[in-house]
Design a protein around this ligand. Structure first.
Ligand code: THU
Length: 133
C-alpha cells in the first residue's frame, strides 16, 4: 500500500473515533509486514487519563490478533471534519518502539491537506527498548 493510500485509510478511520470530550477525532491505519491493515481510533473516557489514542488502538488490535511485524502507520486527526496537524503523542511513540524497527515509517496529517513523513527513529531518538532489559 502506498503512503497516500494508508493516509486515506487513516482519514476514514476517524469516523470510528469516540471523542465526546475533546471533539478531536483521530484515525490510524497500521500496515503489518504481511500487508494486512488494522484501523484504530481514539477512545476517550469520562476519566480523561483512561483515554486510548488511535495509534495504540490500531497496534493493540493488531497485536491481539497475533501480528508482530509492522511496516508503517498513518495518522489523521482534527476537530470535527477539519483535518489538522496530528503528530503521534509520546506514549504512542514508545508503544511503536516496542514492536517496530528504527526505520518504521510514520505518516501524519500536516493540517494543509497533505501529510508529513518520518521514521520512528527520527520521532523518538535515543530511546529505551526491549534490548535494554
Ligand atoms: N490523540 C490520539 O488519538 N493520538 C495522538 O497521538 C494524539 C492525541 C487523541 C487523544 C484524545 O482523545 C484527543 O486526541 C485529544 O488529545
Amino acid at each position: 500500500m502506498t503512503a497516500a493510500e494508508l493516509m486515506e485509510a487513516a482519514r476514514e478511520a476517524r469516523r470510528l473515533s469516540y471523542s465526546p470530550y475533546s471533539h478531536f477525532a483521530v484515525g490510524a491505519a497500521l500496515e503489518c509486514a504481511d500487508g494486512s491493515v488494522y484501523l484504530g481510533a481514539n477512545i476517550e473516557n469520562a476519566s480523561y487519563p483512561a483515554t486510548n489514542c488511535a495509534e495504540r488502538t490500531a497496534f493493540f488490535r493488531a497485536i491481539a490478533d497475533g501480528k508482530r511485524e509492522f511496516r508503517a502507520i498513518a495518522v489523521s486527526g482534527g476537530t470535527g471534519a477539519n483535518e489538522q496537524s496530528c503528530p503521534p503523542c509520546g506514549v504512542c511513540r514508545q508503544v511503536m518502539r516496542e514492536f517496530c524497527k528504527p526505520g518504521f515509517a510514520v505518516f501524519f496529517s500536516d493540517g494543509e491537506g497533505g501529510f508529513e513523513t518520518f521514521t520512528l527513529d527520527e520521532l523518538l531518538p535515543c530511546s529505551f527498548g526491549p534490548e535494554h532489559l
